[in-house]
Ligand binder design. Structure first.
Ligand code: ADP
Length: 247
């Protein structure tokens, strides 16, 4: 089936009307959970993700703590209602793998050595999934970590580049992911210009890889600005509330 379904129309537009280099609408809200140290809610097209961060805090069980740095524990879970057919609430192999992939994409950004013998716990819940949940999760988790006040070298921004009917496109949706020819999720620390995640499904030529990195870098620049704006908005909201209480 892959590669045989028409995913680009005669005008070069995609199944949801987007141009090849156009990402889906992105919305980010920071500080949505009162009980967490940091949190974020993010929508990327139809994907809906909520992230809660706790820590740095004492590690339980103690034997997994590290004497010279904090550990990150990351749990990516899809709600049973997040996909068309009910997903079993038991963690699947895919969810266990994605938890690791997301953790590894975030770790280089965090000053782990600042908090020995502690853990930073990142809980990611996918409320609705439509292709690209790992990149949506990384974008949300990185602002939730910043919201928790965890010192970071940079935020991490992420997006996938895909190939549909032989054309490179940014940010695959569920249908494109299912019937396209390739999917390459990428995460980076935009200010530092360092890639922290690069995966690929399907096949890409070296030239396509170069172009894919270019497209992703450009889009991650837009995501990075939205992440910073969402963080600022939360603190402006708090400042406003404080001022209102003073008056
Ligand atoms: P990503 O969400 O990062 O693209 P995958 O490539 O593994 O990760 O998944 C692609 C898409 O497939 C998901 O975003 C989701 O829309 C769909 N999907 C994943 N797992 C399931 C499932 N158990 N049932 C139905 N759809 C699923």
């Amino acid at each position: 089936m892959k590669g045989e379904v028409k995913l680009l129309d005669e005008n070069g537009l995609r199944v949801d009307g987007r141009k090849p280099d156009q990402m889906r609408e992105l919305k980010i809200e920071v500080g949505v959970l009162k009980n967490a140290d940091g949190s974020a809610y993010l929508e990327l097209g139809n994907n809906k993700v909520i992230v809660a961060v706790y820590g740095p805090r004492e590690v339980k069980p103690r034997h997994v703590e590290l004497p010279n740095r904090a550990i990150i524990r990351c749990k990516y879970a899809m709600a049973p209602f997040s996909v068309e057919e009910r997903k079993s609430p038991a963690p699947s192999r895919r969810e266990i793998e994605l938890s690791k992939v997301i953790r590894e994409a975030l770790e280089p950004a965090i000053f782990l050595e600042a908090y020995p013998r502690t853990s930073i716990d990142v809980f990611i819940e996918i409320l609705e999934a439509d292709g690209g949940t790992r990149t949506a999760s990384i974008n949300a988790a990185s602002v939730a970590l910043a919201d928790a006040g965890i010192p970071m070298r940079d935020l991490v921004s992420a997006i996938a580049v895909g190939k549909i009917n032989g054309t490179l496109v940014i940010d695959l949706n569920g249908i494109e992911d299912q019937y396209g020819d390739g999917d390459m999720p990428i995460a980076m620390m935009p200010r530092l210009g360092l890639i922290t995640l690069l995966q690929a499904d399907g096949s890409f030529t070296p030239k396509e890889l170069e172009r894919a990195l270019e497209m992703a870098t450009k889009t991650m620049g837009i995501i990075y600005q939205k992440q910073k704006k969402a963080l600022k908005e939360k603190y402006l909201r708090i400042a406003k509330e404080v001022m209102e209480n003073v008056e």
